[in-house]
Unconditional design. Structure first.
Length: 378
């Protein structure tokens, strides 16, 4: 969950992203019934009007328009606040979509104006029977392949986070600084799955700008500030231990998670959205400026999800596969221009034109990626 520090910059990035996508846009959130099977959601700063309180089991498309003055998010929660689908960073005046696969049961739809708190929630009932997308053998193998990727990345995340935690607890600031972006690389790659599990994601990854009044601040970014700004981690032992505990829990939950094929597609899109609204603007790693490590990890995580789905996409939409291959290659080439030794240039070492070049490459890739969920849900 993200609260933009540079709201104007984030809004510009998202507006550019939207212009390159097939998602509809609108300047008003009139409350109208669903069209073409899509369920409209009218979001304001005080309301979250969902056009249907009950939907049939299977895949549903929610079309969310933000007519408020604050950036908002939209979630579908299963019991226990397990995230079944989400869209973040919906700037005022923008309309965005998410496709979600829901078995029969009770859920909640939620809008989060300002992208904080529990959100404005509306009950949602799902009824009837449906054949899960993963009953398709190729989609089942796609999920299994992606889960293997998540498991391998999670295993290395545990190792690298433990090394980072040990350096923090030893007071070795230089080593902790060097390990910080490495550990976060593996975190960013699995974040689409990690975000499913309620409060654990913000406990690990919340930035100072994300905090509500009175909220305890823990996780990577709390230590980041102490390393680069305070230059003192002598009191961070308990925070480091909590980070290791939370990361261990997330990895265990991610390994056990049951995923829908559309979650792979949505996760790939979400990783690119994070680049467009956080990494490009420099607000993700505001003190360390190691945003390009995250950028690379997000690209890698998105590509892993798309590659897992590739056999199905090649069968159903070969033109889309060719577009994805070309745009991934272009985005990776744009990033590779900023290699520095074994890592990357710092965000504050890049010029505005260099950042715009990276942004353009991500926006171009986002357009074909935004089409994957609909192909998979067909």
């Amino acid at each position: 969950m993200r609260t933009p520090i540079a709201l104007a910059a984030a809004g510009l990035a998202l507006a550019t992203l939207s212009a390159c996508s097939d998602e509809p846009q609108s300047g008003s959130a009139s409350y109208s019934p669903a069209q073409d099977g899509k369920i409209t959601v009218a979001a304001t700063d005080t309301e979250c009007k969902v056009a249907a309180g009950e939907v049939s089991a299977g895949t549903s498309t929610f079309t969310i328009t933000n007519a408020g003055s604050k950036v908002t998010e939209f979630y579908i929660y299963a019991p226990g606040d397990r995230v079944m689908g989400e869209v973040e960073n919906i700037v005022p005046g923008l309309t965005r979509e998410v496709i979600v696969e829901l078995p029969a049961g009770t859920y909640e739809a939620a809008c989060k104006p300002g992208m904080v708190g529990n959100g404005i929630r509306t009950p949602l009932r799902v009824s009837g029977d449906h054949k899960p997308l993963a009953d398709d053998a190729k989609l089942s193998e796609a999920v299994a392949g992606y889960k293997r990727y998540i498991t391998s990345q999670g295993a290395t995340l545990l190792v690298k986070t433990q090394e980072f935690v040990d350096a923090v607890k030893a007071g070795d600031i230089d080593r902790a600084k060097a390990l910080y972006p490495v550990a976060r690389t593996y975190w960013e790659r699995i974040e689409p799955v990690a975000e499913i599990f309620g409060d654990l994601d913000p406990a690990i990854d919340a930035r100072e700008a994300d905090l509500e009044d009175g909220q305890e601040w823990t996780g990577y970014h709390r230590i980041e500030k102490d390393l680069w700004i305070k230059k003192d981690v002598s009191k961070d032992g308990p925070i480091a231990d909590r980070l290791m505990t939370d990361v261990t829990t997330i990895v265990e939950k991610a390994n056990a998670a049951q995923l829908s094929p559309v979650q792979l597609a949505n996760g790939a899109k979400a990783l690119l959205d994070e680049v467009a609204t956080g990494k490009i603007t420099g607000e993700e790693e505001i003190w360390s400026h190691t945003d390009l490590w995250d950028f690379d990890a997000n690209l890698d995580g998105a590509k892993a999800a798309v590659q897992a789905l590739r056999p199905v996409l090649e069968e159903r939409s070969p033109d889309l596969v060719r577009a994805l291959d070309g745009k991934f290659a272009a985005a990776e080439a744009a990033l590779q221009a900023h290699r520095k030794g074994d890592g990357w240039k710092l965000h504050n070492e890049l010029s505005k034109s260099e950042l715009r070049g990276l942004s353009d490459a991500i926006n171009a890739l986002a357009e074909p990626i935004s089409k994957i969920a609909a192909v998979i849900a067909t």
